[in-house]
Design a protein around this ligand. Sequence first.
Ligand SMILES: Nc1ncnc2c1ncn2[C@@H]1O[C@H](COP(=O)(O)OP(=O)(O)OP(=O)(O)O)[C@@H](O)[C@H]1O
Length: 224
Amino acid sequence: MSSAPPLLQARHLGRKIPGAQQWLLKDINLQIAGGERLAIIGPTGSGKSVLLRALSMLDPIDAGEILWRGNTITNADVPNFRRQAIYLRQRPAIFEGTVATNLRIAYSLRIRGNLEFQKRRVIDLLIQAGRDENFLDKSAAELSGGEAQITALIRALQCDPTLLMLDEPTASLDPDSATAVEQMVVDWQQADDSRALIWVSHDPAQVLRIATREFALDHGAEKE
Ligand SMILES: Nc1ncnc2c1ncn2[C@@H]1O[C@H](COP(=O)(O)OP(=O)(O)OP(=O)(O)O)[C@@H](O)[C@H]1O
């Protein structure tokens, strides 16, 4: 029986403080396959965000390698990787205009040129996140932190990634909104078993609700 390589894999991954010798991440080995929802957990300052940024190829690494579907990701592979693996930081980038402008903007990016804005699907996602169609006309400048997170998340989901990497996506949401957003993301993953999710969280109750597996960090290394 042949087994497919994992979607994303880190082998002996290390990252130092830029310009210094001190390690931020040390000898990280992890992998995630389609169908999985991996929670990265650990105390404040343990390196969760640094790890997610490294895995999403946003920061250079100083040791080891990152593989996508079994192949090391080279600079030339990054656009293709970004089409399939979307990373969302805790405070998302929001552009001028309305929420709708922000959702349409994903399609103006060359790497996603074959996709079209699907209003019905967007409205369904908004409803799932506890908003409605009127939210599309809201000025982006007036969005709260939590509303910006919802906007960025829906912008990512409508791009049909294979892997979604989320850094505390509910950090600015009230408990009800957070639960709704958790369910929206879990539903997205469960709709297709080739999809996978990495979710940084420091909330054990949330991890129990969303994750199929955990990866615990402590001082930049996997917790024993
Ligand atoms: N570029 C950098 N230069 C120096 N130190 C850094 C750099 N980036 C991150 N750090 C440090 O690395 C440690 C881990 O940071 P990180 O943001 O990954 O923590 P975290 O586990 O996500 O914490 P939190 O739960 O508070 O979000 C912190 O001590 C942080 O100050």
